[in-house]
Design a binder for this molecule. Structure first.
Ligand code: BGC
Length: 411
């Protein structure tokens, strides 16, 4: 099948997962407490902070036209209110190198990792977090706004709040529905303020092409059984996990006590991170995979049709282009990745032909990297990484993706 005219393909990474070398962030701290399943930590990762040119070479080798990278907040603002000119210069170099190579950067400002000083102040639980985040975002807009016009403010606010505050498996490791809701509210407000400040700064610079959005994690939620309770639980989970936060961030229309005066449109594109479908059971409020369904190595059910459904639904609800900001598979043997990519891209093509304004696809991810709780043991990459030797081998599925990036055709 053929991708729509002008459709852009590339991949996505995040700073903590690829850069290595930073100990000033919440995920490094988490790793020192023995929380990473394979005992690894993000210190070496892909050594991308020092060898970003290797990353760019891999993007070029695979014909990618767009790249979603993120900034490590703890490098840019290593202590409260003090910004590192060196780190800013470093990211300017990275962005410039991408541009020189004809690759369009999409910069994520916050992707899960907090500077230690901010975590110690309570992170996004605290009232003042919104202003602290906005100050950081403003510095980023000033620092990079002349080079780059596309920004994701917050990656997966819903995963961040749920894993860190509801399940407590991620830093800061708390289990409180009340706190999770508070964090959701603060993140919504933080996005809205970030959206505004990036636009303001770039307008003052004389630019009118600013594209700002956010990238929630979207799932398809279906009922586990046929009973009413499972069906209700599936709707409730979907609303709490993704619909409410999307609406709040996009329009300022939720969390009425906080955002009442903020009604507006706070997105220039709709970011979609999509991986899987959940079968929801009322008992224990569980999200499960169907027993007989195809799965990735982590047990996540593979469901390409979901991407079609989500694209169509979001394009009905929200008035902006859709960018698939993440989609990928943990597949150590590389036996399922090529089919996964083909099937998901075909879903995107079908969604576009049914009227969804879907314009881009960023594969997660370019190279096996530090996969949060799984550490170095969950390979999502088009390139296989030998972490010890820092060697990279393009997988067979990576060769397939390179061909799609070149031809714009999935077969
Ligand atoms: C995150 C990535 C992560 C990927 C695979 C997404 O939830 O944004 O950082 O590596 O899923 O788990």
């Amino acid at each position: 099948m053929k991708l729509p005219e002008g459709f852009l393909l590339g991949s996505a990474t995040s700073a903590t997962q690829v850069e290595g070398g930073d100990t000033n962030n919440s995920w490094y701290r988490w790793s020192t407490e023995g929380k990473i399943k394979d005992g690894s930590n993000p210190l070496r990762a892909n050594d991308d902070y020092r060898s970003f040119s290797g990353t760019v070479a891999r993007l070029r080798e695979t014909n990618q036209k767009v790249y979603r990278l993120s900034l490590e907040w703890s490098r840019i603002e290593p202590s409260e209110g003090k910004f590192s000119e060196e780190a800013i210069a470093h990211y300017r170099e990275q962005i410039s190198l991408l541009l020189q190579n004809g690759i369009l950067p999409l910069v994520t400002i916050f992707h899960f990792s907090l500077p230690l000083w901010f975590e110690a102040k309570g992170g996004f639980e605290s009232k003042e977090s919104v202003d602290i985040f906005t100050r950081y975002v403003k510095r980023c807009a000033v620092g990079f706004g002349d080079l780059c016009n596309e920004f994701v403010t917050i990656n997966e606010p819903n995963v961040y709040a749920t894993m860190g505050y509801f399940y407590g498996d991620w830093p800061p490791g708390k289990k409180s529905f009340r706190l999770a809701m508070k964090v959701f509210g603060n993140l919504a407000l933080a996005h809205i303020k970030a959206y505004k400040v990036i636009h303001e700064v770039r307008e003052q610079m004389g630019f009118s092409d600013t594209m700002v959005g956010f990238a929630p994690h979207y799932r398809v939620f279906v009922s586990y059984g046929n009973g009413l309770m499972d069906t209700l639980a599936a709707s409730a989970m979907r609303y709490l996990f993704q619909d409410a936060i999307t609406k709040a961030m996009a329009t300022g229309k939720l969390f009425p006590f906080r955002l009442r005066s903020l009604k507006g449109k706070y997105y220039d594109f709709v970011g979609v991170n999509y991986y899987t479908i959940s079968q929801v059971k009322f008992k224990g409020f569980q999200a499960l995979s169907a027993d007989d369904a195809p799965k990735n190595d982590l047990g996540w059910e593979i469901y390409p049709q979901g991407l079609y459904d989500i694209c169509l639904e979001l394009s009905k609800k929200y008035d902006a282009p859709i960018w698939i900001t993440e989609n990928g598979i943990c597949d150590k043997d590389d036996t399922r990745r090529e089919k996964f990519i083909r099937d998901h891209l075909n879903s995107v093509i079908l969604a576009a032909s049914s009227g969804a304004k879907v314009e881009r696809y960023y594969h997660w991810t370019l190279m096996d990297n530090f996969e949060w709780l799984e550490g170095e043991s969950a390979p999502f990459g088009l390139y296989e990484t030998d972490f010890e030797k820092q060697r990279y081998t393009l997988r067979k599925s990576g060769r397939y993706y390179a061909k799609v990036c070149k031809t714009g055709e999935t077969d």
